[in-house]
Design a binder for this molecule. Structure first.
Ligand SMILES: C[S@@+](CC[C@H](N)C(=O)[O-])C[C@H]1O[C@@H](n2cnc3c(N)ncnc32)[C@H](O)[C@@H]1O
Length: 252
C-alpha cells in the first residue's frame, strides 16, 4: 500500500510516520508513505503562496485551484499506477470501517489535506475526488484526518498487524459488525472485580458463545444504531465516478 499525502504542513507527519505500527510497516516494506508539499506547485515561485481571499468576500483564505490541481496531477504521474484520490473535507462521506475496507482495497491512495477555509470548488469539479470526512466536526486542517485514514487502512494491509486474526475481530469488522466483546487480562481479581469465570474455563465453545452474547449486548446498549434493519448509512457507498462538471456549473 502506497500513501501519497499532499499537504501544506509536511513536518506534521514526521513524528507520526516515524513511530509504532506505521514505522514497522514501512520498515518491512508493506507500506510506503510519501509526503508532498503543495507549496512546491505554487505558480508564485517567490512567496510560494497557495491561498487567496474568497470571491464574494467573507472570512479566511481559500486554497487555489492553480496550485492544488497541478500538485495532484504531478503526484499522480510519479508512478505508473494512478492512486485513488481522497479529499479530506468535513463535507465528505463519513469515514466508517466499511469505508476503511474500501480504501484498503486500493494499492495507492492520495490524501489531499485542506487548510484555512478549504478548497476552491473547482478543485473538486476538476479532480472528482472521493471526499471523506472523519466526523461531524471541523478540524483546522486535513493532516490529522489523513493520519486517521493511514492508521486505519494500514491495519488492514496483510502482515501489518502482528496477529493477522486481530483486525478480523475488531469492532465494526466483517466478523464483528457490532462492538467487540469485553476483554480481560491479569490479574484475575482487582479491587473486588473478577474476570468472568467462563473466560478461565478453557472451554472454547462456551467462551465463543459468551463473547458473541457480550458483543451483541454491548452493541445494543451503546450503539443500537448499528443494528438498524436498513443497514449501513448511505455515506458508506463510494461515490459514482462522474466526468468533471464544467467549472461555473451549479452544484449541490
Ligand atoms: C477549517 S477546515 C475548512 C472547513 C470549511 N470551511 C467547511 O466549513 O466545510 C480546513 C480543512 O480541514 C480539513 N477538515 C476539517 N474538518 C474535517 C473533517 N471533519 N474531516 C476531514 N477533514 C477535515 C479539510 O481538509 C478542510 O479543508
Amino acid at each position: 500500500m502506497r500513501f501519497d499525502v499532499l499537504t501544506l504542513f509536511p513536518e506534521m507527519f514526521s513524528g507520526y510516520v516515524g513511530q509504532s505500527l506505521l514505522r514497522r510497516a514501512i520498515d518491512s516494506g508493506l507500506v510506503e508513505v510519501h509526503i508532498h508539499n503543495i507549496r512546491d506547485w505554487s505558480p508564485d515561485k517567490k512567496h510560494k503562496k497557495v491561498d487567496d481571499r474568497p470571491y464574494g468576500g467573507g472570512p479566511g483564505m481559500v486554497l487555489r485551484v492553480d496550485c492544488v490541481v497541478p500538485c495532484v496531477e504531478a503526484v499522480q504521474a510519479m508512478t505508473d499506477q494512478p492512486g485513488h484520490l481522497v479529499m479530506l473535507t468535513p463535507q465528505g462521506r463519513r469515514l466508517t470501517q466499511t469505508v476503511v475496507r474500501q480504501l484498503a482495497g486500493y494499492p495507492r491512495l492520495l490524501l489531499l489535506c485542506g487548510r484555512y477555509e478549504g478548497f476552491d470548488e473547482r478543485i473538486r469539479l476538476l479532480l472528482a475526488p472521493d471526499e471523506i470526512s472523519i466526523g461531524d466536526y471541523v478540524l483546522s486542517g486535513g493532516e490529522t484526518a489523513a493520519m486517521v485514514i493511514m492508521d486505519a487502512v494500514s491495519r488492514l494491509v496483510p502482515g501489518v498487524v502482528g496477529d493477522p486474526e486481530g483486525p478480523q475481530w475488531d469492532s465494526f469488522s466483517e466478523q464483528m459488525p457490532g462492538l467487540e466483546f469485553a476483554q480481560y487480562t491479569r490479574p484475575r481479581e482487582y479491587r473486588g472485580l473478577t474476570v468472568p469465570s467462563v473466560l478461565l474455563s478453557g472451554d472454547h465453545a462456551r467462551i465463543a458463545q459468551w463473547r458473541q452474547e457480550n458483543s451483541v449486548e454491548r452493541t445494543r446498549m451503546r450503539r443500537a444504531d448499528l443494528f438498524t434493519p436498513s443497514g449501513p448509512p448511505p455515506t458508506d457507498s463510494p461515490p459514482e465516478r462522474q466526468p468533471p462538471e464544467q467549472p461555473g456549473q451549479a452544484t449541490p
